[in-house]
Design a protein around this ligand. Structure first.
Ligand SMILES: C[S@@+](CC[C@H](N)C(=O)[O-])C[C@H]1O[C@@H](n2cnc3c(N)ncnc32)[C@H](O)[C@@H]1O
Ligand code: SF4
Ligand code: SF4
Length: 340
């Protein structure tokens, strides 16, 4: 059936510390509200209840946008199916980490949960309600230090799923390396810097060399087709790592290590607060990274806050352009009227 929705409203869940959400976006457009579907306790997830709520959400979406989705850039008109299944799972149910990034509240915000959701997801698969045509993502705290990370990763690789792991990169994971070699796993590491000084400012741990070394080892020996699955991210944090020198050092490192995919984001607290007013300098840095990436056949991707900022900037430009156009044509008409 044709209506406006998003793949995560339809068939996605994000498993948080004590709740199941449609996605993990809490942004300015949804006034920081988490799109909570339901709560769960004792590591038991009630899939029947989730499907029931999702059916209600989809019905709602045919009439008007859910309150937590209003204004989201992921909404699009499409022909959505009506079946109950999950194909996008975001694991976000723990908060332990081996880094201490300046922009991240994962360690302070979430209770130190000791959740174990492996059995619950096994149950979903057993019920035949999982389809492998979406994506499995790991956000959390740091996945590589989570006890059930490897079993969950292996379970979904076995299902033939695409898996994207966000990692601090401090610990080298053999399971990630094996998944990369099979082309089943994508790893995203965000050092946001190269120089030791900036790394320390951003991450507040002294692990720059270790992280870049691990990036190099994940990339090493991958088949040509899978090289883009090692993705290195640069979160632009105004006032901290937003100099051309730091970005140039980053791009040089990417080229030196033959990394074939970069992601750019804008620190989302800054982006949310200044969405109408993102500094031109930030956009210039983004353009610079994109240009160098293109010149070197490196794929270039934007993450949420950067996408949101670019979309907003484009909209603003179009509006201004339209006003200019309108005024010029109005002027011409006035002149015409005078002439005739
Ligand atoms: C919370 S982390 C958890 C996974 C892993 N520890 C890592 O850092 O990749 C998930 C993703 O959110 C990003 N992130 C966290 N805080 C952010 C912020 N304030 N702005 C933009 N991205 C952020 C991280 O870079 C990472 O890619
Ligand atoms: S907030 Fe956006 S990404 Fe999340 S479920 Fe709604 S439309 Fe989808
Ligand atoms: S490594 Fe990831 S989870 Fe840990 S503090 Fe940094 S962004 Fe947060």
């Amino acid at each position: 059936m044709k209506y406006r929705s998003c793949h995560l409203i339809e068939h996605g869940i994000s498993i948080n510390v004590d709740s199941i959400q449609a996605c993990c976006l809490s942004r300015e457009f949804n006034k920081g509200q988490l799109p909570i579907i339901t709560k769960y306790e004792n590591n038991k997830i009630n899939w029947a209840e989730i499907f029931e709520i999702k059916r209600r959400h989809r019905k709602h979406q045919r009439v008007q946008d859910l309150f937590f989705c209003e204004g989201c850039y992921n909404l699009r008109e499409d022909d959505w199916d009506e079946e109950d299944y999950i194909s996008f799972i975001n694991f976000d149910h723990w908060s332990q980490c081996n880094s201490n990034c300046i922009y991240c509240n994962v360690q302070t915000d979430k209770p130190k949960a000791k959740n174990n959701v492996l059995n619950a997801v096994k149950d979903l698969i057993k019920q035949g309600k999982f389809r492998n045509d979406g994506e499995i993502t790991f956000q959390g705290g740091e996945p590589t230090i989570l006890k059930e990370f490897e079993p969950i990763l292996k379970l979904f690789i076995k299902q033939g799923s695409k898996v994207r792991v966000h990692s601090s990169g401090i610990l080298f994971s053999r399971a990630i390396r094996d998944g990369l070699k099979k082309g089943a796993v994508t790893v995203v590491i965000s050092p946001d810097s190269v120089t030791k000084e900036t790394y320390k400012k951003v991450k507040r741990v002294d692990k720059s060399n270790k992280v870049w070394d691990n990036i190099k080892h994940y990339r090493k020996g991958l088949k040509e087709d899978f090289t883009k699955n090692v993705k290195v991210k640069y979160i632009i944090i105004p006032g901290i790592n937003d100099t051309f020198e730091e970005v140039t050092a980053f791009l040089n490192k990417i080229k030196e290590f033959d990394i074939k995919s970069v992601i750019v984001d804008i620190e989302y607290i800054y982006a949310n607060r200044n969405i109408e007013n993102i500094s031109e300098h930030v956009f210039m840095l983004m353009d610079y990274i994109e240009t160098v990436a293109k010149e070197n056949d490196i794929s270039y991707e934007l993450y949420d806050s950067a996408k949101y900022a670019v979309q907003n900037r484009t909209l603003e430009k179009i509006t201004n352009f339209d006003i200019d156009l309108f005024q010029t044509s109005k002027q011409k008409n006035i002149q015409k009227n005078i002439r005739y």
